[in-house]
Design a protein around this ligand. Structure first.
Ligand code: ATP
Ligand code: MG
Length: 418
């Protein structure tokens, strides 16, 4: 038997109701906040991700599914969505009429990481991005929308961490101070971080190796380096979050290693997932649109780890699996023919209906209805049909109701709505 590829997984029919519930909740909320859906392709030129995510990152260094197309072009299965959305914003000149664009996208991402619980090689993200607006109120609103989604889904065990990364004006001073500290602690750092401490010292801050964490515990805080504009921006974000009751903590370790990431950065963490605690991350990337060849428009966005969110919600949500309201137990040729027509009518009337056309005995049909958790069984037997009626059995109370076959669908929908 051929099995699926390591690190990949099936989302099975019995899990889908929960995925749909989360997706529908996100869509409805985002649309109300003015976001519109975009569907970029999952394959893009490798160059796009190299330039936007950065050569010096784990993703580009070792996690991308990159291969040569038949004509030799290097293409990559997207490891994240932002790069594609930015490419699309630029390519379609979405800024031409109004630079402000709010977009969201939901779909699979691919990273060749070590598979483990909460970490897959194909995983799903829910992304939202806002282009063309530099105001700190947008940062606050985006974080507000994100935490609102979690609370709408009943997720309580969630912590918002926020930080500012400054801007190209003020970050270099911080970077220098950090780099000096790290070089003085060189013998404590892991091999990667020794390399990073000169090239990209900010990335040492989020290294998970305990010795490196220890080494950076006395690292300077970027808060002491922010220029007046960045400080004001970050103050406003925090003030607006406080005003709306969004709880958060300042986290000086929260960083992004790339130059076009600016100012506000944030992450939602949960205790419900063990080691894989990050369930969403985001921030400003005011320099990226320009870096990818577009106009100098600011932008901010987030990505939710959909798989991890499903895992958290499933811990508190009762089973959402859909069950038929009516199960039609059709008996005999006559019963099957009539049952077939009524099944389609009921489905069209919005009553979830399952019909069994196998011609099996009433006993085995009742067993199947029970197994499926049907609320009612409509028994369509030949002798009842001759008398112009059918019997609807309430599977919980065991009550039975006889209904005339004439206008049956209408009678049943009225009965269900009573
Ligand atoms: P982590 O620190 O867990 O590796 P990350 O910083 O690589 O996360 P981002 O690139 O910010 O993650 O992606 C946003 C979200 O996508 C993460 O917070 C996480 O919930 C989810 N995510 C990232 N990688 C995976 C994966 N391999 N499998 C499942 N979910 C993932
Ligand atoms: Mg990662």
């Amino acid at each position: 038997m051929i099995q699926l590829i390591r690190g990949f997984k099936d989302i099975l029919p019995e899990e889908s109701a929960l995925w749909q519930h989360i997706e529908n909740t996100a869509r409805a909320l985002f649309e109300d906040f003015g976001f519109r859906e975009i569907h970029p392709p999952v394959l893009e030129k490798t160059e796009l991700f190299k330039r936007s995510i950065g050569e010096d990152t784990d993703i580009v260094e070792k996690e991308m599914y990159t291969f040569a197309d038949r004509n030799g072009d290097l293409i990559t299965l997207r490891p994240e969505a932002t790069a594609s959305v930015v490419r699309s914003y630029i390519q379609h000149k979405m800024y031409a009429v109004d630079p402000i664009r709010k977009m969201y996208t939901i779909g699979p991402m691919f990273r060749r990481e070590r598979p483990q619980k909460g970490r897959y090689r194909q995983f799903y993200q829910i992304n939202a991005e806002v282009f063309g607006e530099a105001s700190p109120y947008i940062d606050a609103q985006l974080i507000f929308m994100l935490v609102t989604l979690f609370s709408k889904l009943g997720v309580m065990d969630i912590n918002a961490h926020i930080n500012s990364l400054g801007c190209p004006e003020c970050r270099p001073d911080f970077r220098k101070a950090l780099s000096e500290l790290l070089i003085s602690r060189k013998e404590q750092l892991c091999e990667d971080c020794i390399r990073r401490s000169e090239r990209n010292p900010l990335r040492v801050l989020d290294c998970k190796v305990p010795a490196c964490r220890e080494a950076v515990s006395e690292a300077p805080s970027i808060m002491d380096f922010l220029c007046p504009d960045c400080a004001r921006h970050f103050d406003t974000v925090q003030a607006m979050l406080v005003k709306q009751g969004v709880r958060f903590e300042l986290d000086k370790r929260l960083v992004r290693g790339l130059d076009y990431y600016t100012r506000t950065t944030f992450e939602l963490q949960t205790g419900a997932l063990g080691a894989q605690s990050a369930v969403a991350g985001g921030g400003r990337y005011d320099g990226l649109v320009k870096a990818l060849g577009g106009p100098a428009h600011p932008a901010i966005g987030f990505a939710i780890g959909f798989d991890r969110l499903v895992e958290i919600v499933s811990q508190s949500q009762e089973n959402l699996e859909k069950k038929p309201v009516i199960f039609i137990a059709a008996l005999g040729e006559e019963g099957i023919q009539n049952g077939y027509i009524w099944a389609n009518e009921l489905c069209l009337a919005g009553v979830p209906t399952e019909a069994d056309f196998s011609g099996k005995s009433l006993k085995s049909l009742m067993k199947r209805a029970d197994r499926m958790g049907a609320l009612f069984v409509l028994m369509v037997g030949e002798s009842e049909l001759k008398e112009g009626r059918v019997v609807l059995r309430d599977m919980k109370t065991k009550e039975q109701h006889a209904f005339p076959v004439d206008k049956l669908t209408e009678t049943i929908t009225n009965f269900l709505n009573r």
